[in-house]
Design a protein around this ligand. Structure first.
Ligand code: ATP
Ligand code: MG
Length: 441
């Protein structure tokens, strides 16, 4: 065995007839330094308890590509109850598909029991009586029910052996994303797989296999039937993984962006429909932050995606004479409600989005007496960042942004000067005398 584990040509599970790998391809290696000790430990403990246990899914894919996996999944023939008995810190979650979260230190390893392939009938007697109706299967059926071939590779970190039942290795080598089984049926079964396809294309820079691409074009309308709450989670995964700009371009190229964001249809649809500049700027900014290891928040993303329709409606309400804040709230309520038909925007997110927009408006007004309060507002940073996005999208003056950049760093004397230099800042005298401090303050 070499230092780096390789997925060998002959799997130890040859009775399950895994796909053969090309002879020309000896080095599907996994760098042991990239392996997560916690995931290896969970696999080892399950094996020591007498079960079959292997790493599977995105972690194996990423390891083979030399990337550090985001999270680890372990597949096993132990049922969730059996898994839970092996570990002290294990919790069974999920209702339809029960999986087990095993805690190791601060990490959570997801352990799933081999599933039955979709549509596979439970074992029956010759008279059709169901013998056992559990949802579990074996490794082969488990591979078949996974989404893409590159996500159905198994790897035993203890023996350095890999198992490939779906010819995923050659797709990995050719950088092809191919759905397992009949593409139309698999996308219809779970349309979210189409959004996942876009995410993996963006993250890995893979292309779709022709029949997968054809099915995606035929099935994309089915995305409309996905529960908006599930779509919210997928949208965050799409845009918060460091390749959000690319993901948006791909979604747009495949006619899916306006399904996820119907409120942007007027910008996206038609021959020369394009992603609004503020959205592109926000995604670029988010990608940069993810790469730098900085925090990213959902409200910032939604503030950018929903801004074009909100600002349009806001302007027209203003033209009708509505006060600014009322106009902004009405525009916000309308657009958020419309977007929620496709992707739910939870209240905890939409309320912050609204705060960001409102504060950004006030930064634009630069009212001298409000400046200090604005600087101390807990959403100042997000509103300021949003203002910079608007500047990059050509919607805000550079001078205004520079002013807000400078005042954050300026010493007190300069702050006073900057505020008084703002139009209306120094000229107006205070109309009231400064309040006397109360004795008990
Ligand atoms: P990531 O790098 O984002 O974690 P991943 O491939 O590991 O990518 P997960 O959402 O963690 O994605 O899912 C783990 C594995 O579960 C996938 O690799 C795939 O095998 C399987 N899977 C996840 N979602 C689906 C789905 N909707 N349909 C079929 N299989 C799925
Ligand atoms: Mg994963």
């Amino acid at each position: 065995m070499n230092m780096a584990g390789s997925i060998p040509r002959n799997s130890r599970m040859s009775d399950r007839s895994p796909a053969a790998y090309p002879d020309s391809d000896p080095d599907h290696t996994i760098d042991p330094a990239l392996l997560d000790p916690a995931a290896v430990d969970v696999t080892r403990q399950l094996q020591e308890a007498g079960y079959e246990a292997l790493l599977v899914g995105g972690c194996v894919r990423d390891l083979l590509l030399g990337m550090s996996p985001k999270d680890y999944d372990v597949a096993t023939d132990a049922t969730p109850e059996q898994v839970a008995r092996v570990f002290r810190r294990a919790r069974i979650i999920g209702r339809r598909f029960r999986i087990v979260h095993v805690r190791v230190g601060r990490e959570v390893i997801e352990v799933t029991t081999f599933r039955r392939a979709p549509g596979e009938e439970p074992p029956q007697t010759e008279h059709g009586r169901i013998l056992s109706d559990n949802e579990w299967g074996d490794l082969d059926s488990d591979a078949q029910r996974r989404d893409f071939t590159i996500n159905a590779l198994y790897y035993d970190p203890l023996t350095n052996e890999g198992i490939d039942h779906v010819d995923g290795l050659s797709d990995l080598e050719n950088r092809v994303l191919r759905i397992i089984g009949d593409p139309h049926r698999r996308f219809a079964e779970d349309p979210v797989r189409m959004v996942r396809a876009i995410r993996f294309m963006a993250k890995l820079d893979f292309v779709l296999a022709p029949d997968t691409a054809k099915a995606l074009a035929d099935c994309r309308h089915l995305l409309g039937g996905v529960p908006p709450a599930r779509m919210f989670d997928e949208v965050l995964k799409l845009f918060h993984h460091g390749h959000g700009e690319r993901a948006a371009e791909l979604l747009h190229a495949h006619g899916m962006l306006s399904i996820l964001f119907p409120v942007l249809s007027p910008w996206l649809d038609g021959e020369d429909g394009a992603i609004p500049s503020i959205v592109v700027q926000a995604l670029r900014n988010t990608d940069r932050r993810v790469r730098d290891g900085k925090a990213v928040i959902a409200p910032f993303l939604f503030a950018a995606f929903l801004w074009p329709p909100v600002s349009k409606r806001f302007e027209s309400l203003r033209a009708d004479g509505k006060p600014a804040i009322e106009a902004l709230h009405r525009a916000c309520d309308h657009v958020v409600a419309q977007e929620c038909t496709a992707v739910s925007v939870p209240r905890r997110v939409s309320s912050v989005v609204r705060e960001i927009w409102e504060l950004e408006q006030r930064l634009g007004e630069r009212h001298p007496r409000a400046v200090r309060g604005l600087l101390e507002n807990r959403r100042f940073r997000a509103a300021y960042d949003f203002m910079l996005l608007r500047r990059d999208a050509g919607e805000r003056e550079a001078e205004l942004c520079e002013w807000w950049t400078r005042i954050q760093e300026a010493p007190e004397a300069e702050v006073v000067e900057m505020i008084s230099a703002v139009p209306g800042g120094g000229r107006r005298r205070r109309s009231r005398r400064p309040r006397k401090r109360r004795a008990n303050q």
